[in-house]
Design a protein around this ligand. Structure first.
Ligand code: B12
Length: 224
């Protein structure tokens, strides 16, 4: 049996190699050995994805490698997701939950991180309406109105997609709806400074923190 750090390194390597089969086997073994699924997500999968991104940027990797890594990440989530949900444990039912409309914003098709956030919110007891990827701001707002959402949650992985989040908040304001919904934004390039700059209600680095943020925003809404 390997130790925790060795499992993390192996998982990271398999993500970099884009080897879905290896990723699944290592994730399974690591979970059986008792490694925390949240550690496998952040230090294994997300760290590996970052390295692939850097190699793509530097010209060492090309689109096919990016696609293989995407496939490997999705395969890994079939194993990790139930464990992540279970790791929410008793905390899952604690506190108020509400209704969330979630999507990846228009011009962006990355959905792996968004799907994890979506599934963790669902496991926590939120009612989640997942609109998928490349979703226009008007569609997001129409759905939020239709289901009387508490929170609009938007994901973006491309820096060129980030301004769409600003557009969403501007459109909410011009429609007189800004106070009606809490808006949380996330994805690898999103920083707290950016979230603040565009007038969002918050951001989170990973799915577990996204759940905490959503609960905090619901509590704020109930108090208002
Ligand atoms: C896999 C991948 C792909 C796959 C995506 C498959 C899929 N179904 O999603 C494919 C091959 C399709 C792809 C395509 C492209 N990609 Co790509 N891709 C990646 C890669 C390597 C990993 C992304 C990923 O899944 N990470 C793992 C997940 C688990 O992490 P995450 O998304 O960050 O999510 C976590 C947190 O951010 C947070 N979170 C996520 N969403 C939300 C939402 C809220 C509300 C909150 C609170 C939190 C939150 O919680 C999540 C879970 O913990 C990244 C590199 C990187 N560092 O991210 C590049 C990257 C994002 N891609 C990049 C590029 C350039 C592209 C393409 C333009 C390439 C091309 N020439 O065609 C296209 C874009 C097409 C489009 N219009 O969107 C660049 C973007 C650069 C930039 N400056 O914008 C990156 C950064 C790589 C790089 N460094 O160059 N890509």
């Amino acid at each position: 049996m390997l130790n925790e750090q060795e499992y993390i390194e192996q998982l990271k390597e398999a993500v970099i190699d884009g080897d879905a089969q290896d990723v699944v086997e290592i994730a399974k073994e690591a979970l059986e050995a008792g490694v925390d699924p949240q550690v496998l997500l952040t230090q294994g999968l997300m760290a590996g994805a970052d390295i692939v991104g850097q190699k793509f940027e530097s010209g060492e990797f090309f689109l096919p490698q990016l696609m293989l890594t995407g496939r490997a990440l999705k395969a890994a989530m079939s194993v990790l997701e139930p464990a992540l949900q279970a790791s929410l444990g008793d905390k899952a039912g604690e506190g108020d939950t509400g209704t969330v409309v979630i999507c990846t914003v228009q011009t962006d098709i990355h959905d792996i991180g968004k799907n994890i956030v979506s599934s963790m919110l669902t496991a926590t007891g939120f009612t989640v309406h997942d609109l998928g990827v490349d979703v226009p701001t008007k569609t997001i707002i129409a759905k939020a109105q239709e289901v009387n959402a508490d929170i609009i949650a938007c994901s973006a992985l491309l820096t060129t997609s980030m301004p769409v989040m600003r557009d969403l908040i501007n459109l909410l304001e011009s429609m007189g709806l800004r106070d009606r919904f809490k808006v949380m934004v996330g994805g690898a390039p999103i920083t707290p400074a950016f979230a603040e700059q565009i007038g969002a209600d918050g951001t989170a680095r990973n799915a577990m923190q996204a759940v905490q943020l959503a609960k905090k925003l619901i509590a704020e809404r109930r108090q208002a």
